[in-house]
Design a protein around this ligand. Structure first.
Ligand code: CP
Length: 307
């Protein structure tokens, strides 16, 4: 029998596309899917207009694990994008070659726009500073696995909350689960945009804004570190004013909860010192490993065929 989520979901562009029920079903699938060939005979286009290590490779791994094939590009070098081909025309070409499109693009809203013109499902692999829904699903998988629940958690989100798409998507998702409290830790110039704050408040999520990570570190269950998104800042001085603002070191982790886990969507720059990797709190590499399972679940849900 087809699941509720499968019946209602055609594209995955934003966390706004997902209900709590969808999320729970995807996480359940991620935990229970083995290497079933549900994408056998299916071709998935990976269209990555922006750099990526994890998202590109884990989508590719997930597709191959489910028996599917890939086409597309990782970076626009060597493609006709550099001759001026539009996103519209590229999508119209790849819908002829593929059963679904996974799109990473530097422009906010590019995936929604692509979904509107595409005849095949579109999965957002990150659009500008807007959304990164499959990252959020793997983040939630890591939180659930390490904390045993997605409710009643204290979560610090640290760093670039203005330009970081992973924070937008994850805060939205956590606001669907009751009794979570978010500590928004950033320099004043990189605070979470007001429309995002208001959306979380409308859902009744408790929020605290602060600048100093040390003021909240002992209270939280999850510390979600992020890098400063230098590439999204038009003014180089904006980056210079905030570079190195946060640098979490092993010696900072003395008076913390036993269950604390430090997450990071990666790549890191200098916001987590390497000596943290050897502490029991570091969980960012295991978190990234869950990317294959989370993406298998999304692909299976949107385009997987019956076995
Ligand atoms: N977390 C993440 O999106 O990493 P990549 O940019 O390497 O894909």
């Amino acid at each position: 029998m087809m699941s509720t989520a499968a019946k209602t979901l055609r594209h995955l562009v934003s966390m706004s596309d997902l209900t709590r029920e969808h999320i729970e079903e995807i996480l359940h699938r991620a935990e229970s899917l083995s290497s079933q060939p549900t994408l056998e005979g299916k071709q998935i286009a990976l269209l990555f207009y922006e750099n990526s290590t994890r998202t590109y490779s884990s989508f590719r791994t997930a597709i191959h694990r489910l028996g599917g094939l890939t086409c597309g590009f990782a970076g626009t070098a060597g493609t006709s994008v550099l001759k001026g081909e539009s996103l519209h025309d590229t999508i119209k070409m790849f819908e002829e070659y593929a059963d679904a499109i996974v799109l990473r693009h530097p422009r906010d809203g590019a995936s929604r726009w692509a979904a509107d013109v595409s005849s095949v499902p579109v999965i957002n692999a990150g659009d500008g500073q807007n959304q990164h829904p499959t990252q959020t699903l793997l983040d939630l998988l890591a939180i659930k696995r390490t904390q045993g629940r997605l409710t009643g958690l204290k979560v610090a989100m640290v760093g670039d909350l203005k330009y970081g798409r992973t924070v937008r998507s994850l805060s939205q998702a956590l606001s669907l689960f009751e009794d979570n409290e978010l500590f928004l830790v950033s320099p004043p110039s990189l605070r979470l945009p007001l429309d995002q704050v208001e959306r979380l408040q409308e859902r009744g999520t408790r929020l605290q804004h602060c600048q100093r990570l040390e003021d909240v570190l002992s209270e939280v269950d999850i510390c979600y570190m992020t890098r400063i998104q230098q590439e999204r800042m038009e003014d180089p001085d904006e980056y210079e004013r905030v570079r190195g603002f946060y640098r979490l070191r092993a010696k900072d982790l003395v008076d913390v909860k036993d269950n604390l886990k430090i997450l990071h969507p990666l790549p890191r720059v200098d916001e987590i010192a390497h000596d943290v990797d050897r502490t029991p709190y570091a969980h960012y590499f295991e978190q990234a490993k869950g990317g294959v399972e989370a993406r298998c679940a999304v692909l299976d849900l949107l385009i997987g065929g019956p076995l």
